[in-house]
Design a protein around this ligand. Structure first.
Ligand code: FAD
Length: 449
């Protein structure tokens, strides 16, 4: 007989939902997890993991050029086999998906492969099974989905979800958007040998970050010959046998594939939140308090569906803090500003804390230290190569570090380590005290003070 009453009903088996369900089931509580697609969610199935595998594959283009400057004689014309990469990626994701299911089952979570709709504040309908289940608490962790433009012919373009499934790629690819997903896709596809058009609304990219990031990555994109169509917005898409025609305010772009990366929206459509009084905010995300509690007291929400900081480790941490709250009754609040993140372009970007823009808006005083230099690795290049850029933003009186940016090889790994120091309230004095590792690029982090 199918179990129908639970202590916790978790909706969405992505980064946040899986972690909460697994932790809570281990305490002996009755927990179920409902997933309408594949267990693992966006990050594992169609986000961070496949993207990073593709980024690894694409980085060899630069490495081959670097090797040549150090005397390697590489005569062959390197050509990438996309189908081979996609098959390997799919096998890896199947492996991870099985591990997730296995761990959930071992923890005692009841898994429903179904779509959930809320019926009341204590009951949920499993749409396919046409069965009602009940729970004392409901956790909504349904994530977000890519936006599609509202234009004629929009269905001729695809989103990141479909991109990860493509077994064949045409020569000319147009990416629409200027956020980190659009820019990472543009770099990785260009590095793999495709012609890439980048269509952006403004003149700048990565506008959610400090300006020093966007300006440098835009230069790097141009140097890689990513074709930029700036101050352009889509009017319509049409198609003939061989081409898609992207009509913009500035003219028509002839291409073979259009990928939209124009932002994401919380997955709410099938939940019927209005019916039971769960309120959303102006971003159409579920409104929660510092406990991740919604406007209905036994219903909680976490991860992308709350649009606080849309990253996997954030969804996981929100899940852990909610679990802690249920088990200890202590509320832990997450400092969203101390969450480091990365942009996997070449050069790579690592960033944490406040940007100058943030501080100006908050009317907070700050000072900056910055440096930009050619790393030793590029000493033998005749033509200018990407420089390393480091910026530290600090509070003038206490000299406490408020934000940092690292652009260059290994930036994601470097910012991770720096995040530990910033979490422990790093000051300029601490940086000065640190004896650097030499010769490295990141040694400038401590010598620039
Ligand atoms: P999700 O992981 O999206 O999981 C939600 C799940 O709920 C999904 O499986 C969905 O099918 C299911 N669901 C939705 N509605 C229902 C319903 N009604 N019934 C049942 N199930 C439902 N983050 C990083 O930290 N680093 C990165 O490098 C990174 N790269 C990314 C690259 C791309 C291309 C994308 C798209 C995202 C990337 N992210 C990255 C963001 C990251 O994937 C998300 O922040 C994270 O997955 C959010 O986790 P979540 O638990 O909130 O939701």
């Amino acid at each position: 007989m199918m179990k129908k009453n639970f202590d916790y009903i978790v909706i969405g088996a992505g980064s946040g939902g899986v972690r909460f369900a697994r932790l809570m089931a281990k305490t002996g509580k009755k927990v179920c997890l409902i997933e309408k697609s594949k267990v693992g969610g966006t990050c594992v199935i169609r986000g961070c993991v496949p993207k990073k595998l593709y980024v690894y594959a694409s980085a060899f283009e630069d490495q081959i050029q670097d090797a040549k400057t150090f005397g390697w004689n590489i005569n062959l014309l390197p050509k990438h086999n996309w189908k081979n990469l996609v098959n390997k990626k799919n096998n890896e994701i199947d492996r991870l998906n099985k591990i997730y299911i296995n761990n959930l089952t071992k923890a005692g979570v009841v898994l429903f492969q179904d779509e959930a709709t809320l019926l009341t504040k204590n009951s949920v309908l499993l749409k396919k099974k046409k069965t009602k289940i009940t729970g004392k608490n409901i956790i909504i962790a349904t994530g977000s989905s890519p936006n599609i433009p509202n234009i004629n012919g929009a269905n001729l373009g695809i989103t990141s979800d479909q991109f990860f499934e493509l077994k064949k790629l045409p020569k000319n690819i147009s990416i629409v958007g200027s956020g980190y997903i659009a820019i990472e896709f543009a770099f990785l596809l260009k590095n793999l040998g495709y012609d890439v058009n980048l269509i952006i609304r403004k003149k700048t990219i990565l506008n959610e970050f400090d300006e020093d990031i966007g300006s440098r990555i835009l230069e790097a994109a141009k140097a890689k010959k990513i074709k930029l169509f700036d101050e352009s917005y889509l009017l319509s898409l049409t198609k003939n046998k061989n081409f898609i025609y992207v009509k913009t305010n500035k003219g028509t772009i002839k291409t073979n594939l259009v990928i939209y990366a124009i932002g994401r929206s919380p997955n709410l459509s099938s939940l019927q939140l209005e019916k039971i009084g769960v309120k959303t905010n102006s971003h159409k995300a579920i409104k929660v308090n510092s406990k991740s509690q919604t406007t209905i007291s036994n219903i909680y929400a976490l991860g992308d569906v709350t649009n606080r900081k849309n990253l996997t480790p954030v969804a996981i941490r929100e899940a852990v803090y909610l679990y802690d709250y249920f088990t200890t009754k202590k509320v832990k609040t997450l400092n969203y500003k101390n969450v480091a993140s990365a942009i996997f372009t070449q050069p790579e970007v690592g960033v944490i804390g406040y940007s100058e823009k943030d501080l100006i808006q908050l009317n907070k005083k700050y000072k900056i230290l910055k440096t930009e230099f050619t790393p030793m690795k590029y000493a033998f290049y005749k033509k200018k190569k990407n420089k390393v850029f480091i910026k530290v933003i600090y509070e003038p009186k206490s000299e406490k570090v408020l934000g940092a940016i690292y652009i260059g090889e290994g930036a994601a790994e470097i910012i991770q380590t720096l995040a530990i120091a910033i979490t422990k309230k790093l000051t300029l004095k601490d940086l000065k005290l640190t004896v650097p590792v030499h010769p490295t690029s990141s040694e400038e982090l401590v010598t620039l003070v």
